[in-house]
Design a protein around this ligand. Structure first.
Ligand code: G1P
Length: 301
């Protein structure tokens, strides 16, 4: 094992070039990543998660119509001055906090050729070291340390690591699916096979790949040679299947099974649920929202 696969992990890649068609017309002129979950855009939760795990160097893969993402994490001196002059300290802090989140970089994807293609756009920035990939549609409970656990497993194995969640059989076709086996003495698993969005009856397991990955740099070389797969797109799952089957340096895929809370903001119903659950837990909104919800539900009965 050479050291490059075990170099410390400092970089996160966040693909954010998707068109967000599921949320039209809201996403006609606004990136889907900017849709608020309570009062923060969804993308902010994801960047915060990366920074919490010590990954301060964040590369966002953007595209046309995504300028708002860059603006959101940039300073707005006139707004800061106005809030300061008005003594609106809490609001000012919330604005300043987003400026200071990590070291953000941006590169465009250009052609929407799939998740694998988006990750490959990070090759020059990431270089020859392991890195994390966080998908913006998945929010992981802030109390969990999934990403740090995955980083640990990557550093131990020198391979790549996926986050897995058990889902009912009728939902597996919405995800990458992984067959796993135990690793003696460890609480993570070895991934033996990966299939992108299999039919329920053909799925090798009920373990869905959720949107967190910690990858060995070898994935770039593999992605460059991965032909378009499902949906005629270059699939990250297909590249991971190649790595899972390999036995050389930087090969091998491992799975960390996540049992905590994950909020899917990728479709309308789960997006609404995420907003309600997270708002109901907030100190400033929780109590009145829960009381109103109870009345509302009682009225519907
Ligand atoms: C992507 C991946 C899929 C993974 C999912 C997790 O699919 O291709 O393997 O299970 O994210 O959210 P998407 O949801 O972008 O279609």
């Amino acid at each position: 094992m050479t050291d490059q696969n075990k170099k410390p992990i400092t970089k996160a890649v966040i693909p954010a070039a998707g068109l967000g068609t599921r949320f039209l017309p809201a996403t006609k002129a606004t990136p889907k990543e900017m849709l608020p979950v309570v009062d923060r855009p969804a993308i902010q939760y994801v960047v915060e998660e990366a920074v919490r795990a010590g990954l301060e160097d964040v590369l966002m893969i953007t595209g046309r119509n995504k300028r708002a993402l860059e603006d959101h994490f940039d300073r707005v001196p006139t707004l800061e001055k106005q809030l300061n002059d008005q003594g609106k300290d809490k609001l000012l802090q919330s604005v300043v906090d987003t400026n200071d989140l990590g070291e953000l970089h941006y590169v465009r994807q250009g052609d929407p050729k799939g998740l694998g293609h988006a990750v490959l756009r990070g090759k020059i920035h990431v270089g020859n070291e392991p890195f994390a990939v966080l998908l913006g549609d998945d929010l992981i409970d802030e109390k969990e340390d999934l990403l740090s656990q995955m980083v640990e497993v990557q550093q131990k194995t020198g391979g790549s690591v996926v986050a897995l969640m058990e889902v009912p059989n009728d939902q597996i076709s919405a995800y990458g699916c992984a067959a796993i086996e135990t690793v003696e003495g460890e609480d993570f698993f070895k991934v033996t096979e990966l299939v992108e969005k299999p039919k329920a009856e053909e799925a090798p397991s009920n373990y869905a790949v959720i949107g967190r990955y910690v990858l060995s740099p070898k994935v770039f070389e593999v992605l460059e040679n991965t032909p378009p797969g499902r949906g005629d797109e270059i699939q990250l799952t297909d590249a991971l299947q190649t790595l899972a089957a390999g036995t050389g340096e930087g090969d091998g895929v491992y799975g960390v099974v996540f049992k905590g809370r994950r909020f899917d903001t990728g479709d309308k119903l789960s997006y609404l649920k995420a907003n309600i659950i997270l708002a109901a837990e907030r100190e400033d909104l929780g109590e009145p929202l829960r009381a109103w919800l109870q009345d509302f539900v009682a009225d519907q009965a």
